[in-house]
Design a protein around this ligand. Structure first.
Ligand code: ATP
Length: 274
């Protein structure tokens, strides 16, 4: 379980995240909804150890502290990020991109096994192994980015607005793919503008408004909450740039950390952190 406690971040004098506490269990999809500038990317960057601002608070994975570790060490520990814009290597093939994801020591030892799992879970990537990544469609490239992140054998996969720029059809495929990631037993922390589709696949969600978590609940209850519908599910399925006007206090959430039958991509038992 990823546990984030009282995480704050500031760029200079400008606070971008205030006292944020969230958690993500294995095999659980958790979505963070929020207007533009609410601090969603800052949250993922702070967890990943790549936030340029001053960060305080604590992050643990299965009780193991990630606070203050380098971004590489955080990947080694089991938290991977698919950044906004995907960050794949366009001139390399799909397979080369996937293999680059297995750079943590713990993942290298089980590289072949993990590659096979990724190719089994995403058969399209098997078909396209030799294709130069930049010649793929946006949705396929997103699948490569997700596959590459899974090659690092994460316990938690974080994605920053993965549906950005995708057609409705490719969006649908992307969200289906995220449920396949969940089926691998990986916890998914998703920042999304597409509230409708992300709530449809998520177990739980948090509203991040003006740097703070203002509400958390099961995805089903959030999707049916009139205030959430007004602010995030209004016109079409896109999150509006308007901040929500909800004032409901935090509520306890039902945890749904249901383990799945499929095995998680494996890491060696004793990864070297460095
Ligand atoms: P969006 O949905 O538009 O991507 P967001 O919720 O992800 O927004 P962040 O990107 O986390 O928001 O930004 C939160 C605040 O922090 C914004 O006011 C932004 O201008 C500021 N900010 C983000 N990165 C930096 C940075 N490197 N330097 C200075 N300010 C930053």
């Amino acid at each position: 379980m990823l546990e984030v406690k009282n995480l704050s971040a500031a760029y200079g004098q400008h606070p971008s995240l205030n006292d944020v506490s969230i958690n993500v269990g294995s095999g659980e999809i958790v979505v963070i909804l929020g207007a533009n500038g609410a601090g969603k990317s800052t949250l993922l960057r702070a967890i990943s150890g790549i936030c340029e601002g001053k960060v305080s608070g604590s992050v643990t994975l299965s009780g193991d502290s990630l606070t203050g570790l380098s971004s590489d060490a955080i990947v080694e520990k089991g938290v991977a990020l698919v950044p906004e814009g995907r960050g794949i290597f366009g001139d390399l093939t799909v397979k080369e991109n996937l293999l680059l994801g297995a750079y943590p020591a713990g993942a290298r030892e089980t590289e072949r096994e993990n590659l096979e799992r990724v190719l089994m879970q995403f058969p399209k990537l098997r078909e396209r192994q030799g294709q130069i990544a930049r010649t793929m469609s946006g949705g396929e490239q997103q699948m490569v980015a997700i596959g590459r992140a899974i090659m690092s054998a994460p316990e938690i996969l974080m994605l920053d607005e993965p549906s950005l720029g995708l057609s409705p059809l490719l969006c649908k495929e992307l969200f289906q793919n995220l449920t396949l990631v969940k089926d691998l037993g990986i916890g998914v922390l998703l920042v999304e503008q597409n509230a409708k589709q992300s709530l449809a696949i998520a177990d739980r969600g948090y509203l991040l408004e003006n740097t703070r978590v203002t509400h958390e609940d099961t995805a089903a209850r959030l999707a049916n909450d009139p205030a959430v519908q007004r602010a995030y599910l209004g016109a079409g399925s896109k999150t509006s740039a308007r901040p929500s006007t909800r004032s409901t206090p935090l509520v306890e959430v039902t945890k749904s950390t249901k383990p799945t039958g499929n095995p998680t991509p494996r890491r060696s038992a004793d990864p070297q952190i460095g």
